[in-house]
Ligand binder design. Structure first.
Ligand SMILES: [Zn+2]
Length: 115
């Protein structure tokens, strides 16, 4: 009978220790990996969430305004239409980035052929 009590106490202690370990493991933040795609939870598949995250991080990055030259967040009015909140300039750019590589090359060649 005395033995049984000790065993019960041991089990209780082991249970408490394990619950503390599980609690602390479950509280480790996973936000760094998930980032802004965390709003989707477990939905849509991990590779699609990763691609969405890469696109959206590029969209909300800070860019240099091509008109006033200041670096900061640019507003996307609609798909491909961007506005600088500092100088108010509006231009056509990429769907998710203010300027695209192709767009930049067209501007460069256009300026070169005009001269
Ligand atoms: Zn500007």
């Amino acid at each position: 009978m005395f033995n049984k009590i000790i065993n019960n106490r041991k089990l209780k202690l082991i249970y408490i220790i394990y619950s503390i370990i599980f609690w602390s493991v479950s509280r480790i933040p996973r936000k760094k990996v998930v980032g802004i795609a965390g709003r989707f939870g477990a939905r849509y598949g991990s590779s699609i969430r990763k691609r969405w995250k890469a696109v959206m991080e590029r969209r909300y990055q800070e860019y240099r305004c091509p008109y006033c030259g200041k670096i900061g967040r640019l507003e996307r009015i609609s798909v491909g239409i961007w506005r600088c909140p500092r100088c108010g300039a509006v231009w056509a750019g990429g769907a998710y980035t203010p300027t695209t590589e192709v767009g930049a090359s067209i501007i460069v060649t256009g300026v070169a052929s005009e001269k």
